[in-house]
Design a protein around this ligand. Structure first.
Ligand code: ZN
Length: 225
């Protein structure tokens, strides 16, 4: 069972002590902080929601009113954990740090709950909460997402060392081979990669790069034939 402390944001939710001592601080985040006169009722609502064991969906300071609890519970009941609510495929669990690094919207919207990454090219959803009650689409993240643009030449396949399908193709066309996989491995061994912060999928870019190399090599071979 989550505690109330776990269910609030560091950035915009004061502790109970701060709420009582400094009511002004409560209003510092206009998107999600209740007016000081509403703090008591908000606290009660939060307690009710936690008691109702739906803490995973009411963790934010933007928590729904208690009246909405039934609707939220209904949504949770219909959604399997980790299944994209937009396209119904299984997502990949990602670290919260990756989500926070990648979001282009206010992090007041971020919740301290598990997030998943949707890899499906035809689905606009990039991240979603395990319970499916919150989604972030391609417009809500700072990077274009490799998996969402399978035919783009200028999207990063490797976010750490900035290789794109176009840059890999140019090397193969010019020299007949590519050293990109070796280059990425050298960077990884040198401790220079930061896939968990830079790659929206929160895992090594190498798989994306190898997929692109394979695709371009087979394109080039079919041209030669
Ligand atoms: Zn999806």
């Amino acid at each position: 069972m989550a505690t109330q402390e776990q269910s609030t944001h560091d950035c915009c939710s004061p502790t109970n002590t701060e709420i009582q001592a400094e009511p002004v601080a409560v209003e510092s985040c206009s998107c999600c902080s209740p007016a000081s006169s509403n703090v008591q009722s908000a606290q009660k609502s939060a307690q009710n929601l936690v008691t109702a064991d739906v803490s995973s969906v009411v963790d934010s300071c933007c928590a729904p009113a208690a009246d909405d609890v039934q609707a939220v519970e209904d949504t949770v009941a219909k959604t399997k954990p980790g299944i994209c609510p937009t396209c119904s495929t299984k997502g990949k669990k990602v670290d919260g740090a990756t989500v926070k690094s990648m979001l282009s919207v206010s992090l007041c919207q971020y919740r301290d709950v598990p997030y998943y990454f949707c890899r499906e090219a035809d689905c606009d959803t990039v991240y979603f909460t395990a319970d499916g009650t919150q989604v972030f689409g391609t417009q809500d993240v700072r990077e274009r997402v490799f998996q969402k643009e399978p035919n783009a030449g200028d999207v990063f396949a490797c976010y750490c060392f900035r290789h794109t399908p176009d840059s890999i193709r140019a090397e193969i066309v010019e020299t007949g081979v590519t050293t990109v996989v070796d280059e990425v491995n050298v960077g990884i061994n040198a401790g220079q990669c930061a896939c968990d912060w830079r790659n929206p999928q929160d895992s090594c870019c190498l798989g994306n790069v190898m997929k692109v190399v394979k695709r371009i090599e087979s394109e080039q071979n079919s041209i030669k034939v």
